[in-house]
Design a binder for this molecule. Structure first.
Ligand code: SAH
Length: 241
């Protein structure tokens, strides 16, 4: 009998924002594939079953991803109940979509267990709503993984700089100087408020605020490090220290 794979979101950190369903399937698992993003509280709460830290795989990014997917397939073909545990929600910049596709291709049953995404919850927990009737009726989730200075950008920076509302950037720490420059060069108000929340919902959470023109210098000064959520927009003005 072939096993089943659960693609599980663990939420933004801590046990409190893990769903009931996530907890339920974790208790059913024969093997859990995890990386470090769920955080210590979640990882130390996992049951005593086989666990594989797939964040530690060597090699190039795509190879790692292939290896993770094939490992899930292998365990499932061995008849195991597999939990692939991911930070936040599996389908928001979590490569959950790709993993689902591979499992489908191999004819393996897969169930998605959505998680509370850091993109909304991390700003929320410091008092920044990503939408607000007065300030933002739309919100754009952006991966900052891509360097905006490269020629074939998947992001339409002009459209983004012109669009009203909130921009929430994940994986954007390294490219922050290029991102702020791309937005300003494309006409966004350089006084637009910005907040960076590092290690949201963890004991060492830190918030750094500024405006579009000075936030990357400030981030450099205080040594901002991933994982962090960057929020750009008027909603940041609601933040109280
Ligand atoms: N699927 C995840 C995101 C994966 S991409 C989700 O829905 O939350 C990884 C990025 O998520 C990190 O680089 C960071 O930008 C963000 N992130 C995840 N957890 C975070 C946390 N607790 N605090 C700050 N940023 C976090």
């Amino acid at each position: 009998m072939t096993g089943k794979v659960y693609l599980v979101g663990s939420g933004p950190g801590g046990l409190g924002l893990m769903t009931y369903r996530a907890r339920e399937v974790i208790e059913m698992a024969d093997v859990i594939l995890y990386d470090q993003l769920p955080g210590d509280d979640v990882l130390s709460s996992l049951p005593d079953v086989e666990k594989v830290d797939v964040g530690k795989f060597g090699g190039k990014h795509t190879k790692e991803q292939d290896e993770i997917e094939l490992l899930m397939v292998k365990y499932a073909k061995d008849g195991k109940t597999v939990v692939r545990l991911k930070g936040g929600d599996p389908f928001l910049f979590g490569r959950g979509g790709e993993e689902m596709e591979t499992l489908h291709e191999h004819g393996i049953e897969v169930e998605m267990v959505p998680g509370v995404t850091s993109a909304i919850a991390v700003p929320e927990c410091v008092g920044i709503p990503v939408t607000h009737r007065k300030f933002a009726s739309q919100v754009t989730f952006l991966t900052g993984h891509e360097d905006p200075t490269k020629e074939e950008s998947a992001v339409n920076w002009k459209w983004l700089a012109d669009s009203p509302g909130t921009i929430v950037i994940l994986m954007g720490v390294k490219n922050l100087p290029n991102i702020t420059k791309a937005l300003i060069d494309n006409g966004m108000d350089d006084k637009k408020p910005v907040a960076i929340i590092e290690r949201g919902m963890r004991p060492d959470q830190r918030v750094t605020t500024g405006i579009l023109s000075d936030i990357s210098d400030k981030a450099k000064q205080v040594g901002v490090k991933p994982p962090a959520i960057i929020v750009i927009g008027e909603v940041v003005s609601l933040y109280r220290e």
